[in-house]
Design a protein around this ligand. Structure first.
Ligand code: FAD
Length: 279
């Protein structure tokens, strides 16, 4: 079966010159991704504009399918309806429906306490393909791995027809997760989220936010190259390439690359795996 290859970017600060995003997209378009997803800073409806703006460019200027992230925790049903209308008007047909994380002092209307509530709502609204997030090493707030799988199944039953995983550095964790999902009848494609780590600071931040495990080999890599920026960049690229090759051998449905808006790193990885992805 054909593998999906997709990319994720985040909207640059609104104060950044417009060329910033064009430079990123110009660098990424030649990777011919199946889609580019655009993150959305949770915390209120005003953030929708940033995501919409970039997704619109991807879809209508670069002619690459765009996936818009949408965290529902701080939004009302009225706000979500209005955002969906704007997405639909721009021809964006795919939403990554998320709960999001609580933002201090942002209103909590309670319409979408979990991603499954938002997925059900979007499905009722109609006209969108819905993607959801999954966590090979269990979501940090889950009561237990079993409960997390139960809630994941709820998202698929509610209408998510594709899953994108949280980043991970241990492929065995991903394969174990995929096998259990399969056994539970979670029968939608699961794209593996791969983040090339190209500097030490980035990984410290990621570990504290995402609670992912660092395998001993990765820790040794950080110890050996972490203080040498160029060596660390190249080692991070090589680690991501090895992960992707192993995932492809293991029959993964697709690869979702967290690009961190860095086209150079994405291109380096793409050049080394493109024939394997398309084989
Ligand atoms: P949910 O699926 O709702 O799960 C959240 C937690 O609640 C889990 O622990 C789950 O087990 C539990 N749970 C679910 N349903 C129930 C229930 N009925 N009862 C009790 N517990 C329940 N965040 C952003 O703000 N913007 C982004 O653009 C963004 N993009 C992301 C992209 C990907 C690929 C991933 C993996 C994450 C992204 N996130 C983003 C982060 C995400 O919002 C957080 O990880 C958030 O904490 C969980 O979102 P979710 O949609 O997975 O939540």
């Amino acid at each position: 079966m054909r593998k999906t290859f997709s990319l994720e970017i985040f909207p640059p600060k609104r104060t950044a010159p417009i060329e910033t995003i064009y430079r990123t997209l110009d660098g990424l378009r030649m990777l011919q991704p199946d889609f580019i997803s655009v993150t959305y800073g949770a915390g209120g409806s005003q953030h929708a504009e940033n995501t919409l703006d970039i997704a619109n460019k991807i879809q209508n200027e670069y002619h690459i399918p765009a996936v818009a992230h949408l965290p529902g925790l701080h939004l009302t049903k009225v706000e979500v309806s209005s955002i969906l209308e704007q997405f639909a008007k721009a021809g964006i047909k795919d939403i990554l429906a998320l709960r999001g994380d609580p933002v201090e002092n942002a209103p909590l209307p309670g319409d979408f306490p979990y991603a499954a509530n938002l997925i059900r709502f979007i499905r009722g609204f109609g006209g969108f393909h819905i993607t959801a997030a999954c966590y090979p090493e269990t979501h940090p707030q889950a009561e237990s791995p079993a409960a997390d799988f139960r809630h994941l199944k709820e998202k698929v039953d509610a209408g998510a027809s594709r899953l994108i995983s949280q980043l991970f550095f241990d492929n065995d964790a991903f394969f174990r997760f995929r096998d259990i999902a399969d056994a539970l009848g979670i029968d939608v494609p699961i794209e593996a989220g791969i983040m090339p780590v190209t500097n030490k600071r980035q990984i410290e931040r990621m570990v504290s936010i995402c609670h992912v495990r660092l395998p001993p080999k990765f820790v040794r890599l950080l110890e050996r190259f972490g203080d040498n920026p160029v060596a660390m960049r190249d080692a991070g690229i090589a680690y991501a390439v090895n992960q992707i090759v192993d995932l492809l051998i293991g029959g993964v449905s697709g690869i979702h690359l967290y690009t961190m808006n860095n086209p150079y790193v994405a291109q380096e990885i793409y050049n080394r795996v493109v024939t394997l992805i398309r084989a």
